[in-house]
Design a protein around this ligand. Structure first.
Ligand code: C2O
Ligand code: CU
Ligand code: CU
Length: 420
């Protein structure tokens, strides 16, 4: 820390990781061999991200969910060749949230993420610092990055061999890059920051007891109040912060996060140690879709269509040299998304916009569920659905919007908005 602000050095590099006992798997990582560090930001701070490409191929550093100028957003225009360094300076101007970062080079995003390039960004603000939420990293506040991978017989990642045009899936779940992890927790309320960092797979998270947990945050901020749920679904790119109350379980009980089929994703080991478990604050935030926003006309229409390599947005495939939309800095516009079904019925697309956190105004004309009434940068849209978003950019530049199934993005399901 100095008068020029806080500097973070982030290097994309190759390495090997012992994912399976006694075997080294070739992987990519940031500042390490696999995945990346947590970058901690506080609203109001001046930050310098010094990025460095130590790979033997071009990459970019994209800050997913961060409110930053287009030139520093790390989209496909901001390539770093091997050995190149680039600095991004900005002032943190957004709410407490869990964001992430990953590469975005045209044609190689999916493969580089698959190989391990992904890290987290935690944002804190005055509000979050004063709230009595679990916030001790690794004690009662854990990041959980869910990614499915397919390993070859010799336990290597061979993206090209398993590539699926509709989204590459794997038969092996890694959480924070670890195979079969078990999380030790104390008998208290535990905050879990969930990131679906997969290329394509959608996850449903529930407790094996059927008990409710509380959601406290969406992609880009805290919910207005803790919201009780029995399950939460995250499509790729999405985050949610949840709090599970372990004070009510005995150390002998088998508590786990399971998926919709009952398969165990993450088992917990409950520590004997008792710890005080305070109630969560009743109010966490003051998010609202305003009357004015509700009454704004639709000024941008996005039609998502197709499957495999036939995917399009408004009938077109991505073109680096084509600006699809323009929008004025600081002005809110209503983007209407429509997922047009095809003869096969179509599929869910996680729609993401760079450089902003948006509000979901309506889903098929109705109020979104409580767990989506908060700041978002990625929203799942099902076939035939219409979703209205209130979108405002605080910075200028060219930003991508795309399906976050990374293979759909690679296949051209992406466009560009220029903010002037
Ligand atoms: Cu996770 Cu274009 O983004
Ligand atoms: Cu992004
Ligand atoms: Cu898609």
């Amino acid at each position: 820390e100095n008068e020029k602000g806080i500097v973070y050095n982030i290097t994309a590099q190759k390495g090997t990781t012992e994912i399976f006992d006694g075997v080294q798997t070739a992987t990519y990582g940031y500042n390490g061999s696999f995945l990346g560090p947590v970058i901690r930001l506080t609203e109001g701070d001046t930050i310098k991200l010094r990025t460095n490409n130590a790979l033997s191929e071009a990459t970019t550093f994209h800050w997913h969910g961060l409110d930053v100028q287009g030139a520093g957003d790390g989209g496909p225009h901001q390539l770093l060749q091997p050995g190149e360094t680039k600095e991004v300076e900005f002032t943190v101007n957004q709410q407490a949230s869990t964001l992430w970062f990953h590469p975005h080079p045209e044609g190689a995003t999916a493969e580089q993420v698959y190989n391990g390039l992904a890290g987290l960004i935690y944002v804190e603000d005055e509000n979050s610092k004063n709230l009595a939420l679990p916030n001790e990293y690794g004690v009662n506040d854990f990041p959980l990055v869910f990614q499915d991978r397919e390993f070859s017989n010799d336990k290597q990642l061979d993206y090209q061999a398993v590539l699926n045009e509709d989204g590459t899936l794997g038969d092996t779940l890694l959480i924070n890059g670890t195979l079969n992890p078990k999380l030790t927790v104390r008998k208290e309320k535990i905050r879990l920051r969930l990131l679906n960092g997969s290329n394509a797979r959608e996850y449903t998270f529930k407790l094996n007891t059927g008990d409710k947990f509380q959601q406290i945050g969406t992609d880009g901020g805290l919910l207005n109040k803790p919201t009780k749920l029995t399950e939460i679904i995250l499509t790729t790119g999405e985050r949610a912060e949840i709090v599970v109350d372990f004070s009510k379980y005995k150390p002998s009980e088998d508590i786990a996060i399971i998926n919709e089929n009952g398969a165990v994703l993450l088992p917990f080991k409950i520590d004997e140690q008792k710890s005080n478990s305070v109630d969560l604050p009743e109010t966490l935030n003051n998010y609202a879709v305003t009357e004015e926003e509700r009454n704004l006309p639709v000024t941008k229409k996005i039609e998502l269509f197709g499957m495999g390599d036939m995917v399009t947005i408004n009938g077109k495939k991505f073109d680096m040299n084509r600006i699809d939309f323009t929008q004025q800095q600081g002005e809110t516009e209503i983007w209407e998304l429509y997922n047009k079904p095809d003869m096969m019925g179509g599929m869910t697309h996680p729609f993401h916009i760079h450089g902003t956190q948006f509000k979901i105004v309506s889903i098929d004309g109705k109020e979104p569920p409580a767990s989506l009434q908060g700041w978002k940068d990625t929203v799942a849209i099902q076939p035939k659905q219409t979703i209205k978003l209130a979108v405002k950019f605080n910075n200028k530049g060219v930003y991508m919007f795309h399906c976050h199934i990374l293979e759909h993005e690679e296949n051209g399901m992406m466009g560009q908005v220029e903010v002037k």
